[in-house]
Write a protein that binds this ligand. Structure first.
Ligand SMILES: Nc1ncnc2c1ncn2[C@@H]1O[C@H](COP(=O)(O)OP(=O)(O)OP(=O)(O)O)[C@@H](O)[C@H]1O
Ligand SMILES: [Mg+2]
Length: 438
């Protein structure tokens, strides 16, 4: 017998005697009083006490009986007594580590025996041996864990948190095995899934549909109103009819623009994972957009200035989409810039990033009233309008969302800088196509 096994056996005997201490004291007291009262001879009392003690110490050999509840959890399944138990403990730990959700294993005192890396992301303060109630103070979770002890099925509960950030976590609690307590084996498994992101996406989708239908409902309601007026009171009023028809035409145009924007956005979103195949010269696109929007600029008494790079600046891209990006930016610069102001489209090659890489840059700058800093991070959200500084405010708030998605598809970068009272610059950066790639 190796020293290790002898020590293990002595340890087991010590634990067993400790757990039977009260019984042994009672036996000793009984036989001592019998001897003192003269009911038993000394040798008989000693032999009786010894026999009873041996029977008591040997009774019940299950682990659960051997150990008071606390000491099972105090071991946290770390030192299973046999190699078989060790292998079993290793396997369930590996299994929990492989689960993609955040998972924690609890002993029957609800103390933590093991947790995987995902759980640490969700609860950075998790520690082996600590009670579950310290991991999360949600009364719902603790009540669900209590209920899981006797439940025949797993229990799922939603936990809402407000601080430090708002989030919704779904916790699912399952008891493994029966109600029997086995040392080194978890009693309950609790898995957590953070549903915050999923909720946010669902909310965004709902907002998007609500916004899109609202944007369409307003001009439609106005069109219906004019039709009724033209059919009724204004039937024989040629002057009112002309005025109303002009407004109706502008409302119809607005609806067409909105539908076009929605289609562009959905196309850009759908193709965001498909890398573009064509080759686009940004100098060429800048001149094209300046020409196309010249009448719009003239109507606002604005001037479009194009500053091209001396060399062609080529990127891998979809020409129509790049035209749409620059067009949306220039249109905004005219719309929200200064009346009679300047809009500059500058194409250049720059060294950007770390390590610095040659990149293609198109910057659209205006000298308008600028945008307040609190709006900047939200400008690319669908339907977001900063609502200031513009003369014509007929936009739908989709233009920059489309820009963002197209730039994303081109693996480019979109940057916005603005100074109140001075103007704004919207820049897009793309990887420049090397001559070999052309
Ligand atoms: N050059 C700019 N100067 C000042 N504000 C701007 C400028 N460009 C955009 N904005 C602000 O950003 C908001 C969002 O612009 P975006 O192009 O997405 O929508 P829009 O122009 O309102 O509508 P759409 O482009 O769909 O017709 C605008 O409503 C405007 O408040
Ligand atoms: Mg716009």
């Amino acid at each position: 017998m190796s020293l290790e096994r002898i020590l293990a056996a002595v340890g087991a005997l010590r634990r067993r005697l400790r757990s039977r201490a009260r019984t042994l004291v009672v036996i000793a007291l009984f036989f001592t009083s019998a001897w003192l009262a003269g009911a038993l001879a000394g040798w008989l009392a000693a032999a009786g006490a010894l026999m009873m003690a041996m029977v008591a110490a040997g009774r019940g050999t299950t682990d659960a009986d051997d150990e008071p509840a606390r000491s099972v959890s105090a071991e946290h399944g770390r030192s299973p007594s046999s190699k078989g138990q060790q292998r079993e403990a290793d396997s369930w730990r590996l299994l929990l580590d492989a689960v993609p959700d955040a998972v924690v294993a609890l002993d029957h005192n609800f103390n933590i025996m093991h947790f995987n890396a995902r759980l640490e992301e969700l609860f950075p303060k998790a520690r082996i041996g600590q009670p579950l109630s310290q991991l999360s103070r949600h009364p719902e979770l603790n009540a669900a864990v209590d209920a899981a002890v006797t439940a025949s099925q797993r229990i799922v509960v939603d936990l809402y948190e407000r601080v430090p950030v708002e989030r919704r976590i779904s916790a699912s609690i399952s008891r493994i095995g029966g109600r029997e307590i086995r040392r080194g084996v978890p009693f309950l498994i609790v898995s957590f899934r953070d549903l915050t992101e999923q909720d946010k996406l669902a909310q965004m989708r709902a907002d998007f549909i609500a916004n899109a239908s609202h944007e369409l409902r307003t001009p439609l309601a106005s069109l219906r109103g004019f039709v009724e007026t033209l059919q009724g009171p204004a039937r024989d009023d040629p002057e009112a009819r002309d005025r109303f028809l002009a407004i109706m035409s502008s409302q119809a145009n607005r609806m067409t623009r909105l539908i076009d924007d929605l289609l562009s956005l959905s196309r850009a979103e759908m193709r965001v994972h498909l890398p573009p195949r064509g080759i686009v010269d940004l100098n060429d696109v800048a001149s094209y957009v300046a020409q196309a929007l010249d009448p719009v600029a003239a109507a606002s008494k604005a001037r479009i200035v194009v500053t091209k790079s001396e060399e062609p600046v080529r990127i891998r891209g979809d020409r129509d989409e790049i035209v749409q990006v620059i067009q949306n930016l220039v249109h905004n610069a005219i719309k929200y810039g200064r009346e009679g102001g300047n809009v500059e489209i500058a194409v250049s090659r720059v060294l950007d990033g770390s390590p610095p890489q040659p990149r293609a840059l198109v910057a659209v700058a205006d000298d308008g009233p600028g945008i307040a800093p609190e709006h900047l991070p939200r400008l690319t959200e669908r339907f977001y309008r900063a609502g200031q500084g513009g003369r014509e405010k007929s936009g739908t708030g989709l233009g920059l969302a489309i820009v963002k998605h197209i730039v994303l598809r081109h693996r480019g970068e979109f940057r916005i800088t603005s100074t109140l009272g001075k103007g704004s610059t919207f820049s897009v950066l793309f990887d420049e196509l090397s001559p070999a790639g052309a």
